[in-house]
Design a protein around this ligand. Sequence first.
Ligand SMILES: Nc1ncnc2c1ncn2[C@@H]1O[C@H](COP(=O)(O)OP(=O)(O)OP(=O)(O)O)[C@@H](O)[C@H]1O
Ligand SMILES: [Mg+2]
Length: 227
Amino acid sequence: MRLLALENLSKVYNKNTRSETRVLQNCSFILNKGDFLIISGESGSGKSTFLNIAGLLDKEYDGEYTIRGQAVEKHNSNQLAILRNEMFGIVFQDYVLVEDASAYENIIIPLYYSKKYKRKERRNRIHEITQTLKIEDILNKSVSQLSGGQRQRVAIARALINDPDVLLLDEPTSALNQDLAQGILQFILSFGQKHHKTIVLVTHDTQNIPNVFNKHYQLADGKMTLC
Ligand SMILES: Nc1ncnc2c1ncn2[C@@H]1O[C@H](COP(=O)(O)OP(=O)(O)OP(=O)(O)O)[C@@H](O)[C@H]1O
Ligand SMILES: [Mg+2]
């Protein structure tokens, strides 16, 4: 089943100014339910730019974006916020956490806007996810006091907490040492398989792509190519 499609996608930063930067040019992208998809490309090729658009955080682009057969542009900003919260769990490359809130407060943000879980289920989910990510004992700490790897795991917990259909992961284990990175990626992938999630993983490590991935797009020179 087709979950989302982007057609003729182009993105230009600072259009018509001296710092105009063309990033994506007439890209096409299709995501089906259950896909485990890799996006690779050199630094600056537009991977994060693409994820921001796919994750409904950036509306400044040219092209047609359809989610479950519906044009994204037909949604108002309130509907888009709800759709984003229900559908996507996003781990940003630079985490985007609320610095002066605690790890716990950051993790539960997606639950505020969601009716998916009752109080007890919420508690269980928080416990299970934070235990697996080994961040249970830092939950009360302010994000500003956390290490890079701890922040990254808080961001992963926040992305998983509301059980989204699609995980958009921008190098989600880049700040972790190799063993922890392996373990946490494995956890995300088996979580994805067990719960029939759809996963988009941005990575530069194309040597070691786990074999659960079924699609690979490469970004270069503004173009997205299916490998
Ligand atoms: N907010 C912005 N304003 C202007 N230019 C931007 C902005 N964000 C990104 N760019 C430019 O767009 C291009 C693509 O950036 P992007 O962050 O999408 O690359 P990337 O593939 O994610 O790189 P990396 O692997 O280093 O994370 C770069 O040339 C970057 O300088
Ligand atoms: Mg990036």
